[in-house]
Design a protein around this ligand. Structure first.
Ligand SMILES: *Cc1c(COP(=O)(O)O)cnc(C)c1O
Length: 366
């Protein structure tokens, strides 16, 4: 291993707490509950059934989920939800589904929904390159449901206000679930791929109002039917055992650390530190509209594009990992998920300042 301490700003899969990694690694060798590796035990064993139960309890507790909601463990990533949602709630309906076009993942969700029925894109910020969230849209009162992404992982924008809607609200919360307090009762279905605040890849969490699930009247293939997961305790088939186990460890860590309310404050402090530097340092500029800036994924560029490759190399030497912007967008993206320490943001800011000292000003305005 290299001597340089790594600061992991990866967008997903992303950083997990060291203690979680250690405990997960131990369980791979020998899980004390059974005396075998967590990788080789039956998902039907009572010991693993208690893992599933505890994980669900932790999710319910951390997000304060009302009793009339189910918590489900699925696979296929958030991307599977792009088709599973319309397959269940749009297919066969005479209604349209209302979607917000606010970024890369929302676009993918729209594309899948169009396979199952009519999609009404009620707001878009495409023309602005998704640098801000769509504004001035209304949710039609007769929509089958309204779908949006709470945090645009690639573009670095985040939806803050609670959306009032007369129709069921479906939200892709993959990249900001557990990062801040939410009022679950405002939503009918929340989904999130696990690999950005919950645990390792391979698990998808769905939180759904039972009444909404029961509104589905047409047949759906079993593995794509939410009710099958609910009615079988997410054990209709073999669930991702190791991912669920590690998610449990991570959610235990979150609870012990102080829960969502506490971590939200930490996340705000981390984002503020980095945005302040971006705004202060003449070499850098933020790419998302200030009022829509994400606390999870901070996107930025350099005033002089020539500097970008140089800064990337410079930052890598100081241990910064995963700050390259998404392949289609370029620039930089620093993801500040729950497990990323404040110290890592300080290190990145230090690196930006140190780099600025090495650069000969290319504009007289410096
Ligand atoms: C990462 C991400 C996805 C894609 O998740 P997969 O688990 O890879 O399918 C979808 N939506 C958002 C908001 C994401 O951040």
């Amino acid at each position: 291993m290299s001597a340089t301490l790594k600061h992991n700003f990866g967008a997903g899969p992303c950083i997990l707490p060291q203690t979680v990694l250690q405990r997960a690694a131990e369980a791979v060798k020998r899980w004390d509950s059974i005396g075998l590796s967590i990788l080789e035990i039956s998902h039907r064993s009572p010991e693993f059934e208690s893992v599933v139960k505890e994980t669900e309890m932790l999710i319910r507790e951390l997000l304060n989920i009302p009793d009339d909601y189910s918590v489900l463990f699925l696979q296929g990533g958030a991307s599977m939800q792009f088709c599973m949602v319309p397959m269940n709630f749009l297919q066969g309906s005479k209604k349209e589904a209302a979607y917000l076009d606010a970024g890369y993942f929302g676009v993918k969700a729209i594309k899948e929904a169009q396979l199952f029925g009519k999609v009404n894109v009620i707001g878009s910020s495409k023309d602005a390159g998704y640098t801000h969230l769509p504004e001035d849209y209304t949710i039609p009162e007769d929509a089958a449901y309204f779908h949006y992404t709470s945090n645009n992982t690639i573009e670095g924008t985040q939806m803050w206000g609670a959306l009032k809607s007369h129709v069921p609200v479906v939200c892709d919360m993959s990249s900001d679930i557990f990062s801040r307090e939410i009022d679950v009762s405002q939503f009918d279905l929340i989904y999130a791929g696990a690999q950005k605040n919950t645990g390792p890849a391979g698990l998808t969490i769905v939180i759904a109002k039972n009444q909404f699930l029961d509104s589905v009247k047409h047949p759906v293939p079993s593995m794509l039917d939410y009710r099958i997961y609910r009615d079988n305790g997410s054990m209709y088939n073999t669930p991702p055992v190791f991912s669920i186990y590690t998610a449990m460890l991570n959610l235990q860590w979150l609870k012990e650390t102080g829960g969502v309310k506490f971590i939200a404050k930490e996340n705000l402090a981390k984002a503020q530190l980095l945005y302040d530097e971006i705004d202060r340092n003449p070499l850098f500029k933020g790419t998302a509209a200030r009022e829509h800036r994400s606390l999870m994924n901070v996107t930025f560029r350099m005033e002089n594009p020539v500097d970008e490759a140089n800064f990337l190399t410079y930052a890598a030497k100081s241990g910064m990992v995963g700050i390259k912007g998404y392949r289609t967008i370029g620039g930089f993206r620093a993801s500040l998920y729950n497990a990323l320490p404040y110290e890592s943001v300080k290190a990145l800011v230090g690196c930006m300042q140190a780099y600025a000292e090495t650069v000969v000003p290319f504009q007289s305005t410096y």
